[in-house]
Ligand binder design. Structure first.
Ligand code: MN
Length: 153
């Protein structure tokens, strides 16, 4: 299996090898839809990540502070505290502000990405989730340097 005509497959093999050598990264998945939470967590586990999960904003605040995950996937529509407000609180807290946060949202209106970035989110993914794109974004944020073109302003 030295060559592959599918660049994505080759890329993914490299990613898995890399993760096998490195310490497993921990991702906090914040999502109030149980099915989405399960699918996202399962997908990321299969790709070698360790998963923390919560369906609520308050749970996200606690877990982020206590567990210091390497990355947070943040649903915006949450039952208790809006994901954008959770993000603001995490980015104001010295103990959690360095954790990259990727907003995951079904609101695909113009201006929503700007709103997410203004709240302190480091990245933005829209639902329905495209698996390859999600994995690539996660990998980019978990590599040492922030991804090029991430327009944090
Ligand atoms: Mn939601």
């Amino acid at each position: 299996m030295s060559t592959s005509k599918f660049p994505d497959a080759a890329e993914r093999t490299k990613t898995l090898e890399h993760q096998g050598n490195a310490k497993r990264k921990r991702i906090l998945v914040v999502e109030d839809n149980q099915l989405n939470l399960m699918l996202l967590s399962q997908l990321l586990r299969v790709h070698g990540y360790q998963i923390l999960q919560t369906p609520e904003g308050s749970g996200a605040l606690d877990l982020a502070r206590d567990e210091q995950p390497d990355l947070i996937l943040m649903d915006i529509g949450l039952p208790d505290i809006c994901g954008l407000d959770v993000t603001r609180l995490l980015k104001q807290d010295d103990h959690t502000k360095a954790i990259p946060i990727i907003a995951v949202t079904a609101f695909a209106m113009p201006g929503d990405e700007k709103k997410a970035l203004e709240s302190g989110c480091d990245g933005y993914i829209t639902k329905p989730i495209i698996i390859e794109r999600l994995l690539r974004t996660v990998e980019l944020f978990l590599s040492s340097s922030p991804p090029e073109g991430s327009s944090l302003q």
